[in-house]
Design a protein around this ligand. Structure first.
Ligand code: HEC
Length: 476
């Protein structure tokens, strides 16, 4: 290697961390980490900015055939490796977060390893060779993709999971029926199980072509014939039927969403059809018009105004704040565990108290200070406090949340007393409850007394198996 002796230790560090990263990636699901190490993972959202900037700078110099200073490349590579490793620690702690995290992890690991490869090639004086250029371009793409998936891990999916009543936002004046309307319904209600990572029933729903290909039982759409289309038939089955789509526990399509899919199929399931092509007498016209009514804007029109500056001020690497939709003052907030947690992190949201309608603080070491703050978010509809140390004492404050409809509170220390509190929540529609101190008898009683509340008692079996495996390893 052409490194000066001064650089030697960094070379060793880069080599060592590359090997360690490869190990992490390969043995991903078998590893259980001690607390201190998971704490290191909490630095990930902060440090990831360094390698991105440094790598982009190096790539820019490389592609413009300038000399890349050795210390720059070494630091870029080393911070990329550290970022990937810390991200891996963070991921292990998060348990199973699904396909997005999976891709983000591999792409992030790939970024760091590609950087290490490039660094090594550079040390061999091969920097002007064609393949170094190719490598730089690939690296650029991989960095972009990593960021994209990372962004979706932190905001994307949760954002989509918000229980909206429809797809009324962002419909253009003359929408393409498939892209602007149908695909949005599918993205909201179906795509999470019917995409290229997770292809339930062998059915892909990511494009018209895929939809027309059908699934394991053959065609699911017959253009021009909605009644005979398997996809539509399944939407109409009773909820309890195991072929009903979406499956039990998922939010059903609204009647008008089903009608939209039906009319779209009846009109030939085309991806070029536009609203302006249709006669006014075609039911789709009225259905789409109705969607455009700003229902949400109506629902939240009385919330106190909030500016983008205020949102930016209260946001950080560990606090993501988003509007539910453009120009609407209802907010969705996600929090992530920082290296140095204090209750002020949650308490700091107080200025937004009336604007927050969805809040995810799962995994944070919450106590009564934070729960009291949360109890003042009187418009809160969706709350995730799972995997926190809260007990019956803290849930008592949740009584104040009269609009709460979804509560994720699994893997906590709550007991039967909390159920009595939740019984008073008038608008509660679903609760995620497992790994708590709630007794089976109390739960049965709750279900009898609150039949309108859907009680989720577990996660998907494959994920549960993963937890079980981790538990048994950590108990040994
Ligand atoms: C939570 C996961 C999940 C969601 C959400 C979901 N599906 Fe499915 N889907 C499945 C599973 C699992 C199967 C395979 C078992 C079966 O055939 O019932 C399936 C199968 C299907 C099939 C049959 C494919 C074939 O050829 O056998 C159709 C059609 C379908 N889904 C349509 C939909 C539609 C439309 C939506 C959205 C409204 C949707 N699914 C949402 C899990 C899901």
């Amino acid at each position: 290697m052409a490194a000066t002796t001064k650089m030697k230790w960094l070379d060793y560090a880069i080599f060592g961390s590359s090997v360690f990263l490869v190990f992490c990636l390969i043995f991903n699901s078998f590893i259980v980490l001690p607390r201190f190490v998971t704490w290191l993972g909490h630095w990930h959202p902060l440090i990831l900015h360094f390698p991105i900037v440094l790598l982009l700078l190096s790539i820019f110099l490389g592609l413009t055939a300038k000399q890349i200073p050795k210390p720059l490349m070494a630091t870029a590579t080393f911070t990329a490796l550290i970022t990937a490793i810390s991200g891996f620690f963070l991921g292990v702690e998060a348990g199973a977060k699904g396909d997005l995290l999976f891709w983000h992890q591999w792409l992030g690991g790939g970024t760091a390893l590609l950087a290490a490869l490039w660094y090594w090639l550079d040390g061999q004086q091969l920097q002007h060779k064609m393949y170094t250029k190719v490598l730089q371009v690939v690296l650029l793409i991989v960095i972009g993709l990593t960021g994209h998936y990372g962004g979706m891990v932190t905001h994307g999916e949760d954002f989509l999971a918000f229980p909206s009543d429809g797809i009324e936002n962002d419909i253009p004046d003359n929408p393409l029926i498939y892209k602007d309307v149908v695909a949005k319904i599918i993205d909201q209600r179906c795509i999470k199980c019917h995409n290229s990572n997770k292809k339930k029933g062998e059915l892909l729903m990511t494009s018209v072509t895929d939809l027309l290909k059908g699934g394991e039982s053959g065609a699911v759409i017959i253009p021009g014939n909605a009644e005979e289309s398997e996809l539509i038939a399944r939407l109409h089955l009773p909820d309890a039927d195991e072929k009903h789509m979406p499956p039990e526990g998922e939010k059903n399509l609204t009647a008008s969403e089903i009608q939209i899919l039906e009319r779209w199929i009846a009109l030939g399931a085309s991806d070029t059809l536009q609203l302006s092509h249709l006669d006014n007498s075609e039911p789709l016209v009225a259905l789409i018009d109705a969607l455009k009514q700003p229902k949400k804007a109506q629902k939240w029109k009385d919330l106190p105004p909030i500016t983008d500056e205020q949102i930016a001020q209260l946001s950080s690497d560990y606090v993501t704040i988003k509007r539910i939709a453009n120009a609407i003052n209802a907010l969705s907030v996600n929090m992530y565990m920082p290296p140095e947690y204090t209750p002020e992190m949650v308490q700091g949201l107080q200025p937004l108290a009336e604007n927050i309608v969805t809040l995810d603080v799962s995994g944070l070491p919450l106590g009564s200070l934070e729960m009291n703050t949360i109890a003042s978010f009187k418009n809160l509809e969706w709350l995730e406090v799972d995997r926190t140390p809260i007990t019956d004492k803290e849930t008592d404050t949740l009584k104040a949340l009269s609009k709460l409809s979804t509560l994720k509170i699994y893997d906590t220390n709550i007991g039967d007393k909390s159920l009595l509190t939740f019984k008073q929540a008038k608008n509660l529609k679903q609760i995620y409850l497992w790994k708590t101190a709630v007794s089976p008898a109390a739960l049965e009683k709750f279900k009898l007394e609150k039949p309108s509340v859907l009680v989720h008692k577990g996660i998907e079996p494959e994920i549960q198996a993963l937890f079980a495996k981790k538990d048994s390893i950590s108990k040994n």
